[in-house]
Design a protein around this ligand. Structure first.
Ligand SMILES: NC(=O)c1ccc[n+]([C@@H]2O[C@H](COP(=O)([O-])OP(=O)(O)OC[C@H]3O[C@@H](n4cnc5c(N)ncnc54)[C@H](O)[C@@H]3O)[C@@H](O)[C@H]2O)c1
Length: 327
């Protein structure tokens, strides 16, 4: 059990508090004032009870959260004897700098994580007292349910601080992945690259917003819970990717120039899973298992989507024209 202080008890702070408390940690919430921290604690308790009632949390979660999360009188009181501190104040460098200065002055030894989505960890570290214990610990929204957390050291972060953060994150049932302190980190760089290209398709009149959303979630997006872009490329075949790049380049020579790490592998005869080598390594004897896993995963995903039905974005409004027509 670790004593964890959350500074900024809003949407993300409240979500992360739930994650840590459910893993058995002792969590203290703090905010601009004691009243805000207390009312956010009440909100977290109500939300947790709803999640338990809806079957999204295990039985007993509401009690665990009531026992493990408290609200502090001040930021200083919250962090004073914490072993790990997570900052989740608004995404403004002035607010984050002032908060990190206060936190690190009040507690000179705890490991400090920031939930920043986009701000350079190196820049954020400037006012931190003993910055070697500071790093990015970037949860996704909604924190209770999305597993991935980016762990983002700056050049001066010591290995022991990175390990502490990874242990807390993994011990709380989340997936931790290390990322260098580069603008956008990995998550937002990829997410915004996809969004950017999607907006270009709309501008060019290639498809409607609704149809682009449908294509993404029902084709390559359907694979993404199971495989990342490198595993998908390996399974498709790197030679197939190279042909597709050659075609894309006829229209967009710069945007879709063949990546050198793709060409290098093809030159070496590494064409992905079918050739036994690609971006991801796998014992050739396990390729049958991989294919079986993939098929099972996609079939189960189709079942899950069928069971859940479409999101309110795509479901006809009850009583609306489309709904009446389909009855
Ligand atoms: N919301 C998301 O989808 C999301 C996802 C990932 C990361 N983040 C990041 O998490 C951080 C927090 O975002 P959020 O969505 O929880 O914001 P939010 O507005 O819900 O919460 C921010 C909290 O910080 C408090 N606060 C403001 N100034 C403060 C100060 N000086 N000292 C202490 N507390 C202060 C506010 O009262 C509020 O409770 C941001 O850096 C954001 O970029 C957000």
């Amino acid at each position: 059990m670790t004593r964890i202080a959350i500074v900024g008890s809003g949407y993300m702070g409240g979500g992360m508090a739930q994650v840590f408390a459910l893993a058995g940690h002792d969590v203290v919430l703090s905010d601009v004032t004691a009243d805000i921290a207390q009312s956010n604690l009440e909100r977290v308790r109500v939300e947790t009870a709803q999640f338990e009632e809806q079957g999204l949390y295990r039985t007993g979660s509401t009690d665990l959260i009531a026992a493990n999360i408290s609200a502090a009188e001040s930021i200083e009181a919250a962090v004073a004897d914490a072993e790990f501190i997570e900052e989740a104040v608004p995404e403004r460098i002035d607010i984050k700098h002032e908060t990190l200065r206060r936190i690190s002055t009040a507690n000179p030894t705890a490991v400090i994580g920031s939930n920043t989505s986009t701000i350079s960890i190196t820049k954020l570290s400037e006012p931190v007292v003993h910055p070697a214990r500071f790093l990015g610990v970037h949860f996704s929204n909604p924190a209770p349910f999305v597993p991935g957390v980016e762990i983002i050291p700056h050049a001066g972060t010591e290995e022991s601080a990175i390990r502490t953060a990874e242990q807390i994150v993994r011990g709380s049932g989340k997936v931790a992945a290390r990322v260098t302190d580069a603008t956008g980190f990995v998550l937002n760089r990829l997410q915004y690259a996809l969004f950017h290209e999607a907006t270009q398709l709309v501008d060019e009149g290639v498809a409607s917003i609704e149809d682009i959303d449908a294509i993404v979630r029902s084709t390559f997006g359907f694979r993404l819970p199971f495989f990342g872009p490198f595993a998908i490329a390996d399974m498709a075949g790197l030679d197939v990717y190279a042909f597709c790049y050659a075609s894309l380049q006829t229209e967009f020579p710069e945007r879709f120039a063949t990546p050198s790490i793709l060409s290098e592998r093809i030159e070496k005869g590494e064409l992905g899973t079918k050739s036994g080598a690609g971006f991801r390594s796998i014992d050739p004897e396990r390729i049958g298992d991989l294919v079986a896993y993939r098929n099972r995963a996609y079939a189960k995903m189709a079942e899950l989507l069928e069971e859940l039905g479409p999101s309110p974005f795509d479901a006809p409004e009850p009583g609306g024209d489309e709904d009446r027509a389909s009855r």
